[in-house]
Each structure stands twice: as structure tokens, then as C-alpha cells.
Unconditional design. Sequence first.
Length: 443
Amino acid sequence: MSEKAEQQHTWITNAKLPVALLEPDTDLDLQSADPEGLISADIRIEGSRIAEITPPARRQGKEQIDQREGMILPCFVDMHTHIDKGHIWPRKPNPDGTFDGALSAVLEDREVNWDAADVRRRMDFSLRCAYAHGTAALRTHLDSSDPQHKISWPLFAEMREEWAGRIDLQAASILGIDRFLEGFGPELADQVAACGGILGAVTFMMPGLDEALDIIFQLAADRGLDLDFHSDESLDPESRSLRHVAEAAIRNDFPGRVVCGHCCSIAYQPPEEAEACLDLLLEAKIAIVSLPMCNMYLQDRAEQRTPHARGVTLLREMRNWGIPVAVASDNTRDPFYGYGDLDGLEVLREAIRILQLDCPLREWVSVMTRWPADIIGRPDLGRLAVGGPADLLLFDGRNYSELLSRPESGRRVMRSGRIIDSSPPDYRELDDLMTGKSLKGAA
């Protein structure tokens, strides 16, 4: 995506900043924030960095952006996505909107269509969407069953190099945890390590779960890899693999970072059982990422019946327990979620509504910025800090009600101190891919 050749602005004036995203080394009186946790400020940009954050003043000079009391956020950190699956909906929709329907549809499309050229085109399109909306770092899960891992992982390594300086990219493997009982684990772990990735799997209740978890934890420890799981993506209270992951992390004294995504079923377990699991998660130092849009789309879906459940995890309880938490986009226009555009503001807005993260909202703005940045090992991102990157989102909304009530499609995205062209790519670019082989009757 080309960037506008605009002059570099020295000052962004008359802005509203969330105190929750500010570092303490500013000249602001943080106690003067309004009831929403917003404070008025000016920001001076020097080169690609934030040089000062000061109280508002009447500044003179042409090199200014007047925010007119509009809010500023740091660029988003989207720590759970699937850009290898993205944008296949037109050629492979989900026949009934269910989780099983999504699994079958993706499997069929992957086996027939996912060569390197197809995956590269869709991944690049996804990244251009994310960049246009203001994402600075993104973690994607890559379908890693044999032989797809031989295609997608080398391709991801190439894409990470191509996108360096625009989006910081991470990747984690995804396949059933049962595959680690079949001897495939070492080959995959070596592939992930060679590409600088994160080892991951889908955990669910099955015979041999603890053995499979010990294998994947040992493979990761031996190679210095972090772990990222999909766990308990269902409303079944008997689905307790999250607890098993925490016990495995403790049992193996795992030295790396561990993330678990989804974790829906814990919300339907008895309080004493859920709280025992939270204790284990805290002891194991496991972070949790909720995917509210995708889970609300898939969970509790039945023909001719209105859903009763929201399909989200115990995010407030986890945060109160001291467990690191975040939200993320998850799937984008594929059988697992037919919508989305990797827009961090949409994810933040919908998470606040679905999970009721308001009243008060103050710290929860961190759930798509500061907190995921910390979880994925990028504490330089997701906050407003003197000396930090001038990767900023300039919104018209002057408070959370205004910010979260409109799409803010006219937002200005600043990267490395310059306003970029934030036009997302046209869906028509992918039209030729949407007549995939599966639609031509290929086996």
C-alpha cells in the first residue's frame, strides 16, 4: 500500500488520550482525567517517535494536526487471527453456520485450493486490510496438518519479511492435539522453529490428552518455542481441556509463554470448578484471548431457533484474578466467521458490547492495545509513551460513546510519524480466486 507524501507534522494538538494507555513519564496530571479516564493533551512527533506528551497549549505554526478534542489510540495489536483462511467465503461458505460446518468447509477448501499462490494472495489482502485500519502487530494461526505446513510456513516467513516495518507478524501452528500422539509433532516443531514461530494446537477432551500435552510442551521447551492453544471452543461444561493445559504447564515447569484462546466452556461450569481452573491458570502464568465476534457467530446456533448464549469466556473474572487477557479478530470472511475486516476498532467495539466491558470502560481500552502487546512480547506497542513509536490512530470521536457508535471510517492512521493512505483494498481483487478448483469439480 502506498503512503501519502504528506509533510511530517510536529504537533498533534487538542487531543483526548486514555489514561490507561499512557506511561507515567509524561508531563500530564493524570489525576485530572475525566470520569471516562480521558485526558486532554498535545503530542509532539519527532521523526518516527513520540517526543513529548504535554498539557494542551495554544501552539503556533503550520506543522500541526488539530484533533478538535478527538481521541487518539496507539495502533492495534491483533493477537489471534487466521489470515491463511481469510476471504474464502465467496467460494466456500459455511452451509449451516455451525462449528462442524465450518470445519468441513475449510478442510475441503484447503485440500483443493490452498497452494502457495492462493494463500499468498489472500494473506496479503488480509494484511493490507489490517494495515489500513491501523494494526501494528498481528499473530496468525496457520493450518499445519501435513502437507499444508510445508506450504504455509515458508510462505509466512516470506510475508513477514515483506511486511517488516509495517506490521510485526507472528505465527502459531494449529492442528488437533491428537496429532502429537501420532509422531507428527517433531517434524512440525522443527518447521515452526525454522520459521521463528509459535507451536500451537487445538485442545479438547480425548483419551491421552495429558500425554499429548506433555509431548507438545516438551517439544516447545526443547526448541525454545512459546505455545498458543485453541481450547474448549464449545458451550459444553464437560469440556475442560483448559484445566489440563494449565496442569501440563505446571507439571512440565514450562519456561516459555503460553496463550489459550476461546475457552468458552468455562463460563458454563459450576462456579467452584471455574474458580479452581482460574487458580491453575494464574499459577501457570497462562494468558487468555477471547474471540467474541467469531464465538458469538458459531456458538449456540441451531436451525429455526434464536441463540441463548453469547459464547464468550469469563474475561472479567480472569482479569480480576490477575490473569492476562485480550480480545482479537479471529477469522475473517471464512466459514468460521462470515464477516470482519481485521479492524481493531470493530473488535474493540463489539467486545465492549458483547462482554459488557463498560460501566466503567476505563481500563478495557487496553484489551486490544496494551494487554495483547504485553502478552505477545511487544511491550513497546499498544501504549502512548514518550520515546515510543509514533504509530497512532486519530479519531473524530471525542469520548467513548462517540468513538464506539460509528465505524470511524475516516480515521487517520499515523505510522512512524506520517499519515498513511488508509484505504482498504477492493474485494474485487480476489474475484479470480473465488472460482476455486472446488467449484470446478476438482477432487
